[in-house]
Design a protein around this ligand. Sequence first.
Ligand SMILES: Cc1cc2nc3c(=O)[nH]c(=O)nc-3n(C[C@H](O)[C@H](O)[C@H](O)COP(=O)(O)OP(=O)(O)OC[C@H]3O[C@@H](n4cnc5c(N)ncnc54)[C@H](O)[C@@H]3O)c2cc1C
Length: 368
Amino acid sequence: MKTIIIGAGAIGMMQARELAQAGVEVTLIDKGLCGQEASWAGGGIVSPLYPWRYSEPVTALAAWSQGYYGNLAESLEAESGVDPELTRHGLLMLSIEDQSAALEWASAHNNWAELVEKDAIYKLEPNLREGVGDALWMPQVGSIRNPRLMQALYKSIMSEPLVSIIEESAVSGLVIHADKVTGVKLKDKVINADNVVVTAGAWSGGLLESVGVSLPIEPVRGQMILFNAKPGVVNRVVLNDGKYVIPRRDGRVLAGSTLEYVGFDKQTTEQAKQQLADTAIDMFPVLAEAQIEHHWAGLRPGAPEGVPFIGAVPGIENLYVNSGHFRNGLVLAPAAVRVMTALLLGEVSPLDPTPYELQYRVKQIEVA
Ligand SMILES: Cc1cc2nc3c(=O)[nH]c(=O)nc-3n(C[C@H](O)[C@H](O)[C@H](O)COP(=O)(O)OP(=O)(O)OC[C@H]3O[C@@H](n4cnc5c(N)ncnc54)[C@H](O)[C@@H]3O)c2cc1C
């Protein structure tokens, strides 16, 4: 079986790796270089923010992936020589208004969150601003360093004989014969395959529109800054009022992120930079002494309620989508990829695939 995967972000690269490891011949195509879009730009928190506010389908994917990430990080390091720096430093959430909903959710999900008070909070984060009374603490949550995860995935699939990678070559259309996809169009050629999987992140909707399917995935810009801080300044992922700081192993601290509906515009803005810096410094006043060494933006693939689309495209045989992971593409990726692999190979899925199916969630539209 030969499969084309369109889009080499976290989803596309993990999908390629997993299919190849199962013996499938894969051609992975990206319009740019592999792993340079949302999957590079993200924060890498291996948990949804405020996880109790998500629906069960998102929680199910996240929980499966969280159980698998340790193994994935180790295997990737062995395959690629790059440590993706999965670090289980925990997630501390301040100013939670819906605490009882959070604790109720936690008791139904292996007590993943607990309430902590002043002394425990400042033991966890000595540099946190004064005056924090209580917080929710999720000790098992980790984060992964996106650029390193992208490098590890890239090197891993580069060394996989069943994967061919085509970079800097946009797929401009799908080849359809008798309601069946048979390949993809590039600028100067057509490549044929038995299956095509669209993992083109925020751009997935455009590809499907060309074959008469309206997939409600839209770009949602997220800006982020990086402080060149010293190790120990921030030790955990800390979340306050929708904004967070994430420590990396070398001491650097990411602060994010904005949520902007501005189309396919990846420009950064001075206003967002200032706002992100102010919020981070408000949480950790000592960050005022660190330099902001980088500021960037990425386009999340926004889907309704953050529930990704994973499955066959109705009405077009052999065409599949794994996209729309919105704010949680890194944490959801391993499970989403496994659900898709099971579907492609006719295996039993580790999770009920029904909530992610496209069938009732996309519309047929006229092709121009
Ligand atoms: C600021 C920010 C913070 C985030 N923080 C987190 C977090 O802490 N935890 C978490 O789990 N998630 C986080 N996310 C979300 C996560 O990054 C995304 O959900 C995830 O990266 C989506 O992966 P993807 O592979 O679908 O998309 P992408 O990484 O965007 O990859 C899609 C790929 O498809 C390619 N492509 C598009 N069109 C075509 C075409 N026509 N032909 C060929 N190739 C094409 C693109 O070039 C791109 O490489 C964050 C995102 C942002 C922006």
